[in-house]
Design a protein around this ligand. Structure first.
Ligand code: PLP
Length: 431
């Protein structure tokens, strides 16, 4: 029998996707990354077929002798890497981590003070997402464009007036650390729980270039495990408070039945790699982001937050209103194999979500493939050729594909020492 047509079509599509996104594109989506070969090797295991509802040692399913140990060890490694006492690794995404954390400390009809969508909040922080789904009322913290951050004085007034059950920090557009300590003091003065969502910057925290909100007074940290922290897609929750941890752990089963066990060893491998290489990786990410922002400004773009040195994170934001807006520009870049996000900027109204003012770039994945500051300067030139010079986009695409061929090994801003790769060879035999 020859290969069924349905199967060959599917395999071809997956192969095309893999070749295109993995080897031919410059990926600048800030919420993505790639796992190391080691993490991928342990991800493809029998664990992906199994159930383990409940906590290690107290499962609702048999067959978890080893997965219990894997889960406990993953939590132990994360606890060490992030210097936190309690880790809940079961949320299967950052959104689910938020849902569990929010619902653990707020009932329908309760109140939450959150960053605004235009100033970077993730949809799950808002009435359009989890808050709305749970009937929790949203009150928005004002944003100070000059400081490109939460306006603490005006946020104080809102928090003191509203006396919310929850105060939420963190963002999907995140150039500078949010003022956790100041907002935590205000939140605690009215008995609110403060939750800081560090989905985007978890890897920067692991690499010690971004503050860990747990050490600055946040009660709970939620995150994804696949953005600057280059693990498998999933979520995680941290706290230093035993009561909070126990409440969250009890509530997990309301949102997650099967917690996708095969993620856990891949998270653990990534945590081990970040223990060894995380600082160098995170430093290279922030150097690259800064240089990229400067280079885009040199090429003629309006890069936001110039007065503040553009960025301290993995992200860079440009305002592309004068070129037709974010939707048009993101599509033009895609035609040149440069993959980026359109994004609201603080001066947009939420209705502009389909054609916002901004484009959001993230350097973490290309840094992982070994790109350095000068490489990001070249990328800024490609972007100018597409957006400002309006050169033939297919000519630029050819140059992008050639350029990308120089960066095919996954690294941490430098090549991973051979011993780490050698162990990959023996892992399939174990499996
Ligand atoms: C700040 C923030 N929180 C949560 C999420 C949701 O994460 P996930 O896609 O893992 O559900 C995102 C997604 O990008 C995010 O930016």
């Amino acid at each position: 029998m020859s290969i069924p047509i349905e199967l060959s079509k599917l395999i071809e599509l997956v192969g095309r996707h893999n070749r295109w996104r993995r080897f031919e594109c410059i990926n600048l989506i800030p919420s993505e990354n790639v796992m190391s070969p080691l993490a991928e090797a342990v991800y493809f295991s029998d664990l992906m077929h199994r159930y383990a509802e409940g906590k290690p040692g107290k499962r609702f399913y048999q067959g978890n002798i080893y997965s219990d140990q894997i889960e406990l060890y993953t939590s132990e490694l994360l606890s060490k890497l992030f210097n936190v006492e309690f880790v809940e690794p079961r949320p299967i995404s950052g959104t689910i981590a938020n849902a569990v954390a929010f619902r653990s400390f707020a009932e329908p009809g309760d109140r939450a003070v959150v960053p605004s969508l235009q100033a970077g909040a993730h949809i799950s922080h808002t009435e359009l997402g989890i808050l709305g789904a749970m009937g929790i009322k949203q009150f928005v913290m004002p944003f100070d464009i000059d400081k490109w951050n939460i306006d603490v004085d005006r946020a104080r007034k809102i928090i003191e007036d509203v006396k919310p059950q929850l105060v939420i920090l963190g963002a999907s557009v995140y150039l500078f650390p949010h003022p956790t300590r100041e907002i935590a003091d205000i939140a605690h003065s009215v008995n609110s729980i403060i939750i800081h969502d560090v989905a985007h910057v978890l890897g920067l925290i692991a690499g010690k270039v971004w503050p860990n909100p747990i050490h600055e007074g946040a009660d709970i940290v939620t995150a994804s495990t696949h953005k600057t922290f280059p693990g498998p897609q999933g979520g995680v929750i941290f706290t230093n408070n035993r009561d909070i941890y126990e409440t969250i752990s009890r509530n997990i089963l309301r949102f997650v039945s099967n917690h996708h066990l095969h993620r856990l060893p891949a998270v653990a491998v990534t945590a081990i790699e970040m223990l060894y290489f995380g600082e160098q990786y995170a430093k290279q990410i922030t150097r690259n982001a800064k240089r990229f922002a400067e280079a885009l400004a040199e090429q003629g773009f309006e890069v936001v937050a110039e007065n503040l040195g553009y960025t301290q994170s993995h992200m860079v934001l440009i305002d592309v209103r004068r070129y037709g807006g974010g939707a048009k520009i993101a599509k033009m870049l895609e035609d040149a194999n440069i993959i980026a996000n359109k994004n609201l900027l603080p001066w947009d109204s939420p209705e502009k979500a389909h054609n916002p003012s901004g484009i959001r770039f993230g350097v973490q994945e290309m840094t992982r493939f070994g790109m350095k500051e000068d490489d990001f300067r070249e990328i800024a030139v490609f972007i100018r050729e597409v957006i400002i010079d309006r050169k033939d986009v297919y000519e630029v695409k050819k140059k992008v594909v050639e350029f990308r061929k120089n960066f095919i090994n996954i690294a941490y801003g430098f090549d991973i020492p051979k011993e780490f790769y050698n162990s990959v060879i023996s892992i399939p035999m174990i499996l």
